[in-house]
Design a protein around this ligand. Structure first.
Ligand SMILES: [Zn+2]
Length: 360
């Protein structure tokens, strides 16, 4: 994988070389699954060790809510009293979510808290919603303290969406919660079609949480990704190319059809490789600022990766040159099995390489 890197300005230590290899393997895995340009995302980064929760007191964060939940509604003689019990349960649940988030950030959340402390699946699902809200609101309010304009802008966009739509689709999951099936067993992701984010807090080290959160928010508010998601998969282009090949074999496409095909392939890259490029570029360029502002701690695998960036190379070019060789084309079958399509894609990717090479 080192071939993908420009010569590092300082030779990484053996330990960091190991981390880089780890990062490469994880990123390569994630990218391989991206190759088909499905709605999946690059999100299987390697992890720092999770904080040691040995000192955690299991289930403490949920005590108040458990009591409120178990209040016997039948014992309430009037509708008003029943409503009061329900209101208390709702509020206690909100506080439980906030406590879970606070314990998590302190590294004091016991592993498998939800599974251990909440026996019934339906209770876990209800609680999961409060936890998601607490993680989202807590993360945004922490990012809001940043002085970095890019972070302020992400928070502004998130708050704008929440006030306009009443919510921002975000799930903070524990291992046993249901993840969107098409996203597979990942730590976090952004669903291209649904515009929703998810992050598995039991798999992400607390020190990395906001760094990853920023990466996912960057996808969420990436206007080019949104446009590409709309443009990509135009059935008319696919049908026309198939029709052309059936009728005319290897004859080149007309200029107009070739442009339409390239626009489709470009949209595919714009929601895959280039979307990851943009989001990682933003994440990497904010990395040091976030550390200085106490939003996240040093992350071994990010340090090891960024050590290999020559000082004169932009984050954008560095990220592209790291991701490009690890980003495989879609499986060569069906549409993507057509030589004409594969050639066009190869040429498009070569153009991108040249563009990035020409940039600082
Ligand atoms: Zn991503």
């Amino acid at each position: 994988m080192t071939s993908a890197f420009a010569p590092p300005k300082a030779s990484p230590s053996p330990a960091s070389r190991k981390v880089i290899r780890g990062a490469g393997a994880f990123l390569a895995f994630a990218i391989a699954t991206l190759g088909a340009w499905s709605s999946s995302v690059l999100a299987a980064w390697p992890s720092s060790a999770l904080a040691d929760p040995a000192s955690a007191i299991p289930c403490q964060a949920l005590q108040e809510w458990t009591l409120a939940r178990d209040a016997n509604l039948d014992s309430a003689p009037t509708i008003k009293e029943r409503a009061e019990l329900q209101r208390r349960e709702f509020e206690a649940r909100g506080r439980a979510g906030e406590r879970i988030f606070a314990e998590y950030l302190r590294g004091a959340l016991a592993p498998d808290t939800l599974k251990t402390c909440v026996a019934r699946q339906e209770d876990r699902e209800i609680l999961q919603r409060s936890i998601s809200r607490a993680f989202l609101e807590g993360s945004l309010s922490r990012l809001k303290t940043s002085r970095a304009p890019a972070l302020q802008e992400l928070v502004r966009l998130a708050e704008q969406e929440i006030s306009a739509r009443g919510f921002l689709s975000f799930k903070a999951l524990s291992h046993d919660a249901e993840q969107p099936i098409e996203l597979g067993p990942r730590k976090a992701g952004f669903h291209r079609g649904r515009h929703s984010l998810f992050m598995d807090f039991e798999a992400i080290a607390p020190d990395e949480w906001l760094f990853i959160f920023v990466h996912e928010l960057a996808h969420k508010f990436d206007a080019r990704l949104q446009a590409a998601t709309v443009a990509y998969g135009d059935p008319a282009v696919f049908e026309d190319v198939f029709r052309h090949v059936a009728k005319k074999g290897a004859t080149p496409l007309s200029k107009k059809d070739r442009e339409r095909l390239r626009a489709q392939l470009r949209a595919g890259l714009d929601r895959g490789l280039l979307a990851e490029c943009r989001a990682w570029t933003l994440s990497f360029s904010l990395y040091e600022t976030g550390i200085q502002e106490g939003l996240w701690a040093r992350i071994d695998w990010v340090d090891a990766l960024l050590q290999t960036r020559p000082a004169s190379m932009s984050f954008e070019r560095f990220t592209f040159e790291f991701l490009d060789p690890r980003f495989s084309d879609p499986e060569p079958s069906g549409f993507y099995g057509l030589p004409l399509v594969r050639l066009e894609l190869a040429s498009l990717r070569e153009v991108l390489r040249q563009e990035f090479r020409a940039s600082p």
